[in-house]
Design a protein around this ligand. Structure first.
Ligand code: AP5
Ligand code: MG
Length: 207
């Protein structure tokens, strides 16, 4: 199995690159942000609690996202592999992911971190906020808080994978196609794309 942790600050391009990668490698895309927004859209109790934190740019509790990932893994037993987008965001989440994957006889193949500096992130997210409808994209204060939370609570997760020799950093500024090519070059060291990999084969988790 090919299991990628796609890492980086808010607006680094994790979602953008995930869409291209699931088509090429026939992976299941697990974005905890998307799973949480699906809960909000459904008006569930979990979603209502998460919304308050997400709208402020704060992390939701570890046990909430770990539970969602555990369920998604069980629902996708036949998957060729996963892209974890926006997860893990804390070291306890990374430790839980290792345990969850071990229970399915698999493990994280590698982490790819997209590096983008703060002013570019703010520019991208304010632009996306014009059409995304995401409350956390709507003003610079919230976006800056998300970047601060990333730097203080999440960035250290890179070290967790570096100690396992699984960490790869890429410049996330540049043409989307060029960045995609660089990610593919890393993934191909772990598992070449299958000839049958196609848009039709791509799988998206419907939360
Ligand atoms: P989440 O949904 O994960 O958001 P995020 O990490 O803040 O990241 P974004 O989705 O904003 O950015 P992205 O990296 O996907 O970039 P994108 O490709 O869209 O999390 C939201 C919230 O949920 C969190 O704040 C937290 O509250 C909660 N949450 C989620 N997971 C959690 C967890 N594990 N633990 C606790 N809480 C959790 O690109 C951004 C824009 O840039 C787009 O408009 C795109 O078109 C553009 N773009 C992309 N690439 C390029 C490029 N190369 N050049 C120019 N523009 C580009
Ligand atoms: Mg995203």
């Amino acid at each position: 199995m090919l299991n990628l942790v796609l890492f980086g600050p808010p607006g680094a391009g994790k979602g953008t690159q995930s869409q291209k990668l699931i088509a090429r490698y026939n992976l299941v895309h697990l974005s905890t942000g998307d799973l949480l927004r699906a809960q909000i859209a459904r008006g569930t109790e979990l979603g209502l609690k998460a919304k308050k934190l997400m709208d402020e740019g704060l992390l939701v509790p570890d046990e909430v996202v770990i539970g969602m990932i555990g369920s998604a893994l069980q629902e996708n037993e036949q998957a060729a592999g996963f892209i974890f987008d926006g997860f893990p965001r804390t070291v306890p989440q990374a430790e839980s992911l290792d345990r969850l994957l071990a229970a399915h006889d698999t493990k994280v193949s590698c982490m790819v971190a997209l590096e983008v500096k703060g002013d570019e992130l703010v520019k991208r997210l304010l632009e996306r906020g014009k059409t995304s409808g995401r409350p956390d994209d709507q003003d610079e204060t919230k976006i800056s808080r998300r970047v601060t939370v990333y730097n203080t609570e999440t960035a250290q997760v890179a070290g967790y994978y570096a100690t396992q020799n699984k960490f790869h950093a890429l410049n996330g500024i540049g043409e989307i196609e060029d960045i995609f090519g660089q990610i593919c070059a890393i993934l191909d060291q772990h598992q070449p794309a299958t000839p049958s990999g196609s848009q039709q084969a791509a799988q998206e988790v419907k939360a």
